[in-house]
Design a binder for this molecule. Structure first.
Ligand code: AMP
Length: 389
């Protein structure tokens, strides 16, 4: 999971940079300030408690903050990762965040501090106040907010420095430059984590050949489900014999077998920079299994692609492959081919749809020759992690 906290005095540009981070990395955005303002607007008890303190530029109690953060995290179990804006603001809140992340089986990736001189903050907030109408964006309250920042929030830096998670960026530069530096920080953080990709698409859309080539280019371990199953059959293992029994009865291979094979791959490939999965997950159940397995290895999905080719093209390719030496038995039978297509449309497409909002599945035009498609996929990867190779 990629979990980022944006840090800095009021007016450092946290909100502006958050907009970019949310779209680029599909993070769930938690701004404690926004949540509190919403509570005030709705007239909730919590809002009533916070209103006066916020208007005076003070910090709302850690007690209130822990409640809203916990509730927001719990209400979004599907989040791919979180982006915290305006939190943690006290040393206690840093501990709270650590505990909440631990509860989720994850941790904060890093804290990115946007550093701007106080006078610049005041200038920016005063001009924002003229437009935003925020009652706390007037000079007197701004000074009080900065005082709170110095006394209570700045000590948070030490918490993260000690843990090696503190990253500083000069926030007084042009917005684009700040964005660029933040992306560089995140991409280097991502390189320290396993980088996992899933490639979806119809049978015959080119998933196998593309995933093998992508694995080679980026130093990933390729996990091609149908190939894993075939290897077991070829090596005549106990699992292979069970797979054959399923095949003979024209049943699906049981999830329990599939899980074992993946688990084994994950355990035996200790030095991989990440994995690229093809042919898995195929169903919603398998998608939960994959997330669980990756979580066990302190990892998650970084990118998902959907290789798009018109169904008729995919069929033509499978038919051609069926006629060649490389042809699999299921390429040679129209009944089996149609069954695989139906399976994709009835089951796998639901996973893709679900993942669009969670992980932001990227559509790849799978038409054209191999190199063209490979180039399209590589471009997307390079976009997220420049210099990953
Ligand atoms: P912001 O929108 O982040 O500038 O927050 C506006 C105001 O909300 C702050 O001045 C505080 O009064 C309150 N607030 C927001 N986040 C926190 C937090 N993590 N801890 C305490 N008070 C907060």
């Amino acid at each position: 999971m990629l979990n980022i906290a944006l840090f800095g005095p009021p007016g450092a540009g946290k909100g502006t940079q958050s907009e970019f981070l949310i779209t680029r990395y599909h993070l769930y955005y938690i701004s404690t300030g926004d949540i509190l303002r919403r509570e005030i607007q709705e007239g909730s008890d919590l809002g009533k408690k916070a209103e006066k303190i916020m208007a005076s530029g003070g910090l709302v109690s850690d007690e209130i903050i822990v409640q809203i953060i916990e509730k927001t995290i719990e209400n979004n179990p599907q989040a791919k990762g979180f982006l915290f804006d305006g939190f943690p603001r006290t040393y206690t809140q840093a501990y709270i965040l650590e505990g909440l992340m631990l509860k989720l089986g994850t941790s904060l990736t890093c804290l990115i501090s946007l550093e701007v001189p106080f006078e610049e903050s005041v200038k920016r907030l005063v001009s924002r106040g003229a437009i935003s109408g925020r009652s706390d964006d007037n000079e007197e309250v701004i000074r009080k907010r900065l005082e709170e920042y110095t006394n209570k929030t700045v000590p948070v830096i030490e918490f993260y420095r000690e843990r090696g998670l503190f990253r500083a960026v000069d926030g007084s530069q042009a917005i684009d430059n700040v964005t660029k530096q933040i992306s560089e920080i995140i991409s280097s953080e991502l390189q320290n984590n396993l980088f996992n990709i899933v490639i979806f698409g119809y049978p015959g859309s080119g998933r196998s050949s593309q995933s093998a080539a992508i694995a080679k280019k980026y130093g990933l371990e390729s996990i091609n489900m149908s190939k894993l199953l075939e290897d077991e059959i070829r090596n005549n293992t106990a699992i292979g014999q069970r797979i054959e029994e399923h095949n003979m009865k024209e049943e699906h291979v049981a999830d329990e077998i599939v899980v074992q094979l993946i688990e084994r791959k994950l355990e035996n490939a200790q030095n991989a920079k990440g994995y690229i999965f093809k042919g898995f997950p195929r169903t919603l159940v398998q998608s939960y299994i994959l997330e669980g397995l990756l979580k066990k290895h302190h990892s998650s999905i970084a990118l998902a692609f959907n290789l798009k080719v018109p169904a008729i093209h995919a069929m033509e390719r499978l038919n051609k492959r069926g006629l060649s030496e490389k042809g699999k038995h299921y390429d040679k039978s129209m009944t089996l081919m149609l069954r695989r297509f139906k399976e994709h449309e009835e089951k796998t497409i639901h996973v893709v749809e679900k993942w669009i909002s969670r992980f932001g599945v990227i559509d790849i035009d799978g038409t054209g020759n191999f190199d063209e498609v490979f180039e399209r996929i590589s471009r997307e990867i390079d976009n997220i992690i420049p210099n990953f190779e």
